[in-house]
Design a protein around this ligand. Structure first.
Ligand SMILES: O=C(O)C(=O)C[C@]1(C(=O)O)C=C[C@@H](O)C=C1
Length: 393
C-alpha cells in the first residue's frame, strides 16, 4: 500500500492537485488585500503543499524499497546502487526545471531523496580524504547525499586501498583543479590499482581565511594544503605578504592546527571553520571566482551506460613512430570527442610513458568498442579505468 493510498481522501487529492507545476501555476493566487498577499493564507497553501510533498516522498520511498526487492536478494547495499539510473533521474529533474529554483538546488534536493531511499537497504560506506571538513567530504555529500556513512581517511592512497579491499563501498578523490591542474598523486595510483571510476563530481571550491581570533591584523602564520595556497596566491600577496606559509596534508588539518593560537590562520572551506570552531576572517579569497575541483568516484565495477557518459582510459603505447597518432586516430574516426590527455611516467621502464585519456561515450557503445579494437595493434596495454555519467549540476 502506498503512503498516498493509506490516507486517500486527504493526501491523494492534494498530491494530485499539486503534482505538476502547471497545475500549481493554474491555481488562483490567495486573495490579496491592498495589493499585499495574505500571509496566513499563503502559509495555509504552503502547509498543504508540504503535506503533499511528504506523502509523495513516502510513496516514492516505498517504491524504491520495492525496486530493491525486485533486484533480488543481494549481498550488500553497494549492490543496490545504480549510478546510471541516478544520473538519468537527475537529468530529468534539470530538463523539467522551469524555475524559480536553480538546477543545482533541485538536483541537491532530489539527490537527498534518492540517498535516503537507497539507505533504506543500508547506508553506503564512502571513503574520502579526511579529516572532517575537507572539500572531499563536501564532494561526497554532493554526489551521494547525506544518508551515507562517511569514512575520513589519511591519504588518497588509503582511499584507493579501502575501496579495493571492500572496507569502503566507494571512494571520492580529487583529480584536477581548474586553477592548478592535475593532482598527479591521484592519477599515478591508477598505474597499480584495479579500482574502477564510476562517477565524477565537480565542486565549486571557495577558500576562506579562518582563525580563532578572527582578526586579519593578528595573523602571522597561515596553514593550508599547497594546492589551496596556489589558488589564493594573489590574495595572500596583497593581504598577508609577510605571514609564514606552512603547507600541511589537507585544509582540514590546517584548520585543526589553527585552532591553537590567535596569530595562526588556515585557508580552508567554510565548513572546516564550523568543524574546528574558527571564525571567518575573509573569504571567498580564491584568485579565480570559477575555481572548481573535479573529483572521481572510485568503485570496484563498471556500470551500464546512462546516456551521457565519459570513459577514462590508461594507455601504455608501443615505442614506435606514430604510436600516439595511431591510438588517437580511431577516436577521431568514430566521432568521439576527447576531453583530456595527460602523460605520466609509466613505471614500466626508463622513459616509458602512460597516457591518461578521457573520451566522451561508454565502453558498451559501438564507437568506443571499435576505437579500442582499432588501437589494439599500437598499444602494449589499454586499461579501461571507467565509463561513468558526466557530472550533473
Ligand atoms: O532505480 C533503482 O534501481 C533504485 O534502486 C531506486 C533509486 C531511486 O531512489 O531512484 C535508488 C538507488 C539507486 O542508486 C538508483 C535509484
Amino acid at each position: 500500500m502506498t503512503a498516498a493510498s493509506k490516507k486517500p481522501a486527504r493526501t491523494k487529492s492534494a498530491a494530485t492537485k499539486t503534482a505538476s507545476s502547471k497545475a500549481a501555476a493554474g491555481k488562483a493566487a490567495p486573495a490579496a488585500s491592498k495589493g499585499k498577499p495574505d500571509l496566513a493564507e499563503l502559509r495555509v497553501r504552503i502547509d498543504g503543499i508540504d503535506r503533499s510533498i511528504q506523502a509523495l516522498i513516502a510513496e516514492r520511498a516505498q517504491f524504491a524499497g520495492q525496486v530493491g526487492q525486485a533486484k533480488g536478494k543481494l549481498a550488500a547495499a553497494v549492490d543496490y546502487y545504480r549510478p546510471e539510473r541516478e544520473a538519468q533521474v537527475l537529468r530529468r529533474v534539470v530538463d523539467r526545471n522551469g524555475g524559480p529554483l536553480n538546477d543545482d538546488v533541485l538536483v541537491r534536493v532530489f539527490r537527498e531523496i534518492m540517498s535516503a531511499c537507497l539507505a533504506q537497504q543500508e547506508p553506503l560506506k564512502i571513503g574520502f580524504l579526511g579529516p572532517e571538513g575537507t572539500h572531499s567530504q563536501q564532494a561526497v555529500y554532493k554526489h551521494f547525499g547525506h544518508s551515507i556513512h562517511g569514512l575520513p581517511l589519511g591519504s588518497i592512497e588509503e582511499v584507493f586501498q579501502e575501496v579495493e579491499s571492500g572496507a569502503a563501498d566507494f571512494g571520492v578523490v580529487p583529480v584536477e583543479n581548474s586553477t592548478q591542474g592535475t593532482i598527479q598523486s591521484t592519477l599515478d595510483m591508477f598505474l597499480t590499482s584495479d579500482v574502477k571510476i564510476c562517477g565524477e563530481v565537480e565542486l565549486r571550491v571557495h577558500q576562506h581565511l579562518l582563525s580563532r581570533g578572527g582578526r586579519l591584523e593578528d595573523i602571522e602564520r597561515v596553514y593550508s594544503h599547497p594546492q589551496s595556497f596556489a589558488q589564493c596566491k594573489a590574495w595572500l600577496r596583497q593581504h598577508l605578504p609577510h605571514a609564514e606559509k606552512i603547507p600541511v596534508s589537507s585544509n582540514a588539518e590546517a584548520a585543526r592546527r589553527a585552532r591553537n593560537a590567535d596569530d595562526a590562520a588556515a585557508i580552508a572551506g567554510i565548513s572546516a571553520g564550523t568543524v574546528y570552531g574558527l571564525k571567518n576572517v575573509a573569504g571567498p579569497i580564491e584568485d579565480r571566482p570559477d575555481n572548481t575541483t573535479r573529483f572521481l568516484v572510485l568503485g570496484r565495477e563498471l556500470f551500464p551506460p546512462s546516456g551521457n557518459d565519459r570513459t577514462s582510459l590508461l594507455v601504455f603505447i608501443k615505442d614506435q613512430p606514430g604510436a600516439l597518432f595511431n591510438i588517437l586516430a580511431p577516436i577521431a574516426k568514430h566521432g568521439l570527442s576527447m576531453n583530456r590527455i595527460e602523460s605520466r611516467p609509466g613505471h614500466t621502464g626508463l622513459w616509458q610513458y602512460a597516457f591518461f585519456i578521457d573520451v566522451a561515450g561508454h565502453v558498451d557503445e559501438d564507437g568506443m568498442r571499435r576505437s579500442l579494437e582499432e588501437m589494439a595493434d599500437f598499444v602494449e596495454e589499454v586499461k579501461v579505468l571507467g565509463s561513468y555519467p558526466v557530472a550533473i549540476a
